[in-house]
Design a binder for this molecule. Structure first.
Ligand code: NAD
Length: 330
């Protein structure tokens, strides 16, 4: 397949990483970039060795797809210009800062028959992808416990920790749970900023399953963990290490070795009802970079005319819940 001509709009903190990934990717041919800030534009050739276009329009005339890595409040206006020129769009997360803007993006891509993928990057984290490699049974959590704790950083303080960090976990929880969301309880505190800096949320689902998620940007230590509790197993994902641990209870340990499962112990049941076996498996980080996989999957969706791995509608669902949480916790 021929490399796809692509561009990056917005070359700040994260946009620079998009530029580097596209430059290294055989499926993509980075035609160039555009940023509204002249100082940013001037620094680009030396910093990345990439071409800078003299206007957004000239970039859009030279590419088939773009990454939109501008602040969330302007995602929609940039997305509408790009799709108006027939260009497929990868929009960073959150899809937008309000639902009306998210709808404009989804509609703009849909009416022009263009691909829209949103940057919920944890879907591509090795730890989350490992769930597909769990050979010991289906993933059907009854309870999810999630912690995303970051140290204080003045960047990104213009939005609450819910839209900035927790939205990653909201998206993953929606992907993992198989039942309609019924109720949300939330408590948050703005310790340093005027918006919420630390928040705890309980999402209750119609089938009785629940998720308890905490996000903070004022913590001393970093943590990005999600733990799944379900019938006969406990799964712990570490998104920083990209590793997943599985503890599994079974009646028989006969295929543990075949599945790479280490037997930890036996539990004797009461009244001579036999015993259960506890097995443990650690799935290591496979070394694949999440941003690279994410952008490659976007290009693959364009080439194959397939459905992007994270759709605009899914990102809108996560945004809707994030906004609801912000109203309750604020
Ligand atoms: P940033 O402020 O560092 O960079 C944004 C860049 O966009 C700046 O260079 C700015 O000049 C440029 N810009 C602003 N308006 C523009 C416009 N109309 N046209 C062209 N350029 C414009 O921000 P950032 O931290 O890189 O964040 C950008 C986006 O990426 C945000 O939506 C943010 O939420 C998202 N993000 C996602 C993750 C993730 O985990 N997936 C992490 C960080 C940021």
């Amino acid at each position: 397949m021929n490399p796809l001509p692509v561009g990056v709009i917005g070359v700040g903190h994260l946009g620079g990483s998009h530029v580097r990934k596209y430059l290294d990717m055989p499926e993509a041919d980075l035609a160039g970039v555009w940023d509204i800030d002249e100082n940013v534009r001037e620094a680009i050739p030396e910093k990345y060795g990439a071409k800078v276009f003299d206007s957004l329009d000239s970039l859009l005339s030279s590419v088939q797809a773009v990454s939109i890595v501008v602040p969330s409040s302007v995602h929609a206006e940039v997305a509408e210009v790009a799709t108006g020129k027939g260009v497929h769009i990868f929009v960073e997360k959150p899809i937008a800062s309000d639902l009306e803007a998210a709808d404009r993006i989804i509609e703009a891509a849909g009416k022009n028959d263009l691909k829209l993928q949103v940057g919920h990057i944890e879907r591509f984290n090795s730890a989350f992808r490992s769930l597909q490699k769990i050979s010991t049974g289906a993933v059907k959590p009854r309870f999810i416990e999630s912690h995303r704790l970051a140290q204080f950083n003045p960047r990104g303080m213009d939005v609450s920790v819910i839209l900035d960090l927790m939205i990653h976990d909201i998206d993953l929880v929606l992907k993992l749970m198989d039942s309609p969301l019924e109720r949300i309880d939330a408590s948050g505190v703005g310790v340093i900023s005027d918006t919420v800096d630390i928040v705890n949320v309980r999402m209750s689902f119609a089938d009785g399953a629940a998720a308890n998620i905490t996000a903070s940007r004022i913590s001393v230590k970093q943590m990005r963990k999600m733990r799944l509790f379900q019938k006969d197993s406990y799964v712990s994902m570490d998104f920083i290490k990209g590793e997943t641990e599985v503890f599994q209870i079974t009646d028989s340990d006969k295929d543990f070795a075949e599945k790479g499962v280490l037997k930890l112990s036996d539990i004797d049941l009461e009244n001579g009802k036999g015993s259960k076996k506890i097995g443990y498996k650690k799935i290591l980080n496979d070394g694949n970079d999440a941003l690279e996989l994410e952008l490659r999957s976007f290009i693959e969706a364009i080439h194959s005319n397939g459905k992007p791995l994270v759709t605009g509608e899914e990102a809108r669902d996560a945004l809707k819940i994030a906004i609801h949480i912000a109203e309750k916790a604020g």
